[in-house]
Design a protein around this ligand. Structure first.
Ligand code: TYC
Length: 105
């Protein structure tokens, strides 16, 4: 910064500088349980769209099955929206009632 400290524009104008630690908001992608979607289909979706290992996918699927809901990943708004759409589209094509949603972190 050129000049003495009180020459700085933000000091003179009293403009608040945004903290450097500010990050864009992130979104949790959530998978919901239902009584009809086959477990293997949920595992397949988690492997294919969330790049999980088979073991990880089984673990998350079982968490959703037992607890009703689980976070499957945290992404930017755009990526989260795309993931939700892809899950819903795969489920729709196979006529499974699987539900996926997103929520601001
Ligand atoms: N509850 C389903 C069953 O017993 C399996 C399931 C798991 C469905 C996770 C949805 O997000 C889900 N077949």
């Amino acid at each position: 910064m050129a000049g003495p400290p009180d020459d700085r524009e933000d000091v003179e104008l009293g403009v608040k500088t945004k903290p450097k630690t500010q990050r864009p908001p992130m979104y949790k992608v959530l998978l919901l349980n239902d009584d009809f979607t086959p477990m293997e289909f949920v595992v397949h979706v988690l492997e294919r769209l969330f790049a999980m290992s088979h073991a990880q996918a089984i673990e998350i699927m079982l968490t959703v099955h037992r607890r009703g809901i689980a976070v499957v990943g945290v992404f930017s708004h755009e990526v989260a929206e795309t993931k939700v759409m892809q899950v819903m589209e795969l489920a729709r094509r196979q006529q499974h009632p699987l539900q996926c949603t997103m929520e601001k972190e």
